[in-house]
Ligand binder design. Structure first.
Ligand code: FMN
Length: 201
């Protein structure tokens, strides 16, 4: 797909078919996403990819069965893959302590950073993942993981210190019977003229 069309037509998918995603296809879109910019080429982005019973355990922890009757997007739980997106702050501190970056002072610790490059890098890579998935005909939803995060980390052996950005549900979209859009969808999209402060704020 042409880049412009990929960007214009990507929307969050909240209703999936009960159909697997070929691991090679998934690896291919992760390889594409890994081409996102990375500060100092640190590349401190990781995915915890949950499928099958691991995916079911994720949902059991984050959306217990007694809350599912009122959940607006039951088709979200059919997504064959849930990938948790992580950033590694320590990798950036270590990278910026290397000789070519030491002058920045950022190697002294996470508190020295005005902007968390680990979050920025992982966000750019996650966005590239959403676009690559859409380009491949897949659907994806980036969503927050607010509930049971400690339990989820413990259950899946996530190392301490990693920052959890959120989750990407990924699979084949149910285009025949799409779920209703998210509640934020009707908010007007800001235009370039709303965003650009030309020459002075
Ligand atoms: C940081 C972030 C957190 C989000 N969290 C959720 C979420 O928890 N649940 C959800 O359904 N959508 C979530 N979204 C999706 C947004 O609601 C969606 O991107 C926005 O409404 C615009 O829709 P579009 O991406 O389909 O154009 C999140 C998006 C971002 C960037």
């Amino acid at each position: 797909m042409e880049l412009r069309r990929v960007i214009e037509t990507r929307r969050m998918t909240r209703d999936f078919l009960d159909a697997p995603v070929d691991p090679d296809l998934f690896a291919d879109i992760v390889d594409l996403a890994a081409r996102a910019p990375s500060a100092g080429k640190t590349q401190g982005w990781s995915l915890l990819v949950l499928s099958g019973s691991a995916r079911d355990t994720f949902w059991d922890l984050s959306l217990p069965t007694d809350r599912r009757d009122t959940f607006a997007w039951p088709g979200l739980l059919r997504a064959p893959v849930v990938a948790l997106s992580f950033a590694d702050p320590d990798a950036y501190v270590a990278r910026y302590a290397e000789p070519d970056k030491a002058h920045t002072g950022l190697g002294g610790g996470v508190d020295n950073w005005g902007a968390p490059y680990w979050t920025i890098d992982a966000s750019m890579a996650t966005m590239a993942l959403l676009l690559a998935a859409h380009d491949a005909g897949l659907g994806a939803l980036f969503f927050a993981v607010f509930n049971a995060t400690s339990d989820i980390r413990r259950r899946f052996g996530v190392p301490d210190g990693l920052q959890l950005l959120g989750a990407v549900a990924l699979g084949w979209p149910n285009t025949a019977n799409p779920a209703r859009p998210g509640v934020s969808a009707s908010r007007p999209r800001r235009r370039a003229s709303d965003i650009i402060h030309l020459d002075h704020w």
